[in-house]
Write a protein that binds this ligand. Structure first.
Ligand code: ZN
Length: 287
């Protein structure tokens, strides 16, 4: 009897081990170039790999940070860059050549999207009209280069939807760190957007968001950490890192009552389709 139990435990353990090893995650939005990682960036890269976080996107927010994102993507295996001017950095446009510089950067190898771009009425670092000009000119750039766009929107759902409905960007739209009610989710889905879910969906008191996530179609979801911000439960309030992105996938699996493997493989597939990448598990730099 003891032997049978022992055998069953061994079989169970080997199965779980196998499944954990085979599951891979793609953190679609991180800021690993943040100074918050200056002391241990290489350790973070090792830790995330050990947790199956095999690929990630590094996101710029102005011209220099976009350059640094490309630099990271060129020196780190399985890292891609997203370049753009975020609405909280409107001073980036003080230099009249900013859009030309961005155009140049966006054509470099390993750049997969233009972002993060959009509106931020919470911080409101520039008038709405200025934010809109930045937003629209970068969507036009993405359109020229046939690249997807990654949207930052805070307290600005109406303006964001108004512009997206007007431009109908045809090369993919990612709603970064998606948050909102059912009506907003439906509006984004109707526009063909991918919804990228982050730490707040794991917060226990975020019942309204849990209800929304339950209704979202799996084939329209991505996961991200937005490191070093928005750490998921149980790391809430601490520095976030891509290592924690599986916690977002687990929460989606819980809310959808699906096996984690099914959810993880769908999310992995979606990220590759969205950024037009080959669905291999290891790719060299400079592809
Ligand atoms: Zn971000």
């Amino acid at each position: 009897m003891g032997t049978i139990i022992h055998l069953l435990i061994t079989v169970y353990q080997s199965t779980t081990h196998m499944t954990t090893r085979d599951v891979c995650f793609f953190d679609t939005h991180s800021h690993l170039n943040s100074t918050q990682f200056d002391d241990d960036r290489s350790l973070v890269l090792m830790r995330m790999k050990a947790q199956g976080v095999a690929k990630f996107c590094e996101i710029g927010y102005d011209v220099p940070s976009s350059q640094r994102a490309i630099q990271l993507a060129h020196t780190t295996p399985n890292c891609w860059a997203v370049v753009g001017v975020q609405p909280n950095h409107p001073e980036a446009a003080d230099d009249p050549t900013w859009l030309d510089q961005l155009h140049e950067l966006a054509q470099q190898p390993r750049v997969v999207a233009i972002g993060e771009i959009g509106f931020d009425h919470y911080h409101r670092k520039a008038p709405v009209a200025v934010q809109e000009t930045l937003f629209r000119s970068q969507i036009a750039l993405a359109n020229t280069l046939k690249l997807p766009i990654v949207i930052h929107t805070r307290d600005a759902h109406a303006d964001t939807l108004r512009v997206l409905r007007d431009v109908r960007h045809a090369y993919g739209v990612v709603m970064h760190s998606f948050a909102g009610d059912m009506a907003y989710a439906e509006a984004c889905l109707d526009l063909g957007c991918m919804l990228s879910l982050s730490g707040p969906i794991t917060f226990r008191n975020n019942q309204q968001m849990h209800e929304v996530v339950r209704t979202l179609p799996l084939d329209r979801l991505l996961i991200e950490t937005d490191s070093p911000y928005l750490a998921p439960h149980p790391h809430r309030g601490t520095r976030n890192e891509p290592t924690y992105v599986p916690l977002i996938a687990h929460q989606i699996a819980n809310l959808h009552q699906l096996p984690i493997n099914d959810v993880a493989s769908a999310l992995w597939h979606n990220a590759h389709v969205c950024f037009d990448l080959e669905e291999t598990h290891d790719t060299p730099t400079h592809t």
